[in-house]
Design a binder for this molecule. Sequence first.
Ligand SMILES: [Zn+2]
Length: 355
Amino acid sequence: MPTHLLIKRDGARFLPSNTELTKGKMNKIGWGIMHAVLRWLAKRRIMGYFYEGEAVILALHRVCHTPSLLGPSFCISPTELVRILNNLRHEGFLFISLDRLIQALHAQIPLRRAVVITIDDGYEDFINEAYLIFQRFGVPFTLYLVSGFVRGELFPWWVGLEILIRERESFTLEGERYISYTITQKKRLFLRLWRLYKKYPPRKACDLIEVAFRREGLATERLYELSLNEDAVKRLAQDPLCTVGAHTSSHFWLPLLDRQTLIAELEENKTYLERLVHKEVLDFAYPYGGKQDIPKGIENLLKEIGYRSAVSLMWSPVYGTHRNFLFYLPRRVVSPSLSAHDLCRSHFTRIFPFL
Ligand SMILES: [Zn+2]
């Protein structure tokens, strides 16, 4: 794939995205038509060869029996996970570790239908659900962990918020009374508050949820038991299937941070996890993972601190060209609708990677 077709942006380099790379070369209508044609072509089975990336990185959050208000992309059932893994294997996908993917990209070794499994945040239900399935299938996985969660100082406040909304028809947060009865109202309320608190310092969001839990007579200890603890992480890290990755100290929304705090979040997380598992921690996942969640120029900081890769939650297959974009590796969130047929497809192609 010709690298000269990729452009560099000031400060940060992003994936070879369609609009960025064709800006100024094609008018909007022309691009719209081309885009529609390529999307249509991408769905044709016969075009698979041209559209497939070399690998895909899948992102999981929770694997549990209770559906999440955040939707199926945040929590899938163990049965769904087994079905997806079985389908991928049946379609000829090969499960490889993140380490192997990065080595192959560096060495320019072409891969075909490779899948890398990653899990963000490290929820305590991982051990009893997803881990058992990965062991059964022999699937390598990377766990991106937040130091504050593992140490039990913080908790994934969004799961606390979800419990609060699910278990109470009304509650007070920051002096505001919220009411929701139906599942649709609860989903809407959850998304509204999630968007608001995502930009709060995590400590403050945790404190607010804790106060509301106490006021509503809910046990706050539950909140600190939502994440994998140090013992569980140490045990998992001994498994050759497991790679431990970093996910910041406190799961801040990174664009809000000044440089000093950003460095502290990235450095502390790496050092803490390395001491805990007695292994190098080289890979990073951006909290929230969207393009707007990634500060410009962070690639240089990550390199200076000693990371070798970072994953986003922007979707594209991984192409050989991503060896130049190791700090913006794309991922696909696993949801029950994930099919093997469209997994490696997008409107990027190996012939027109710049579109
Ligand atoms: Zn996260």
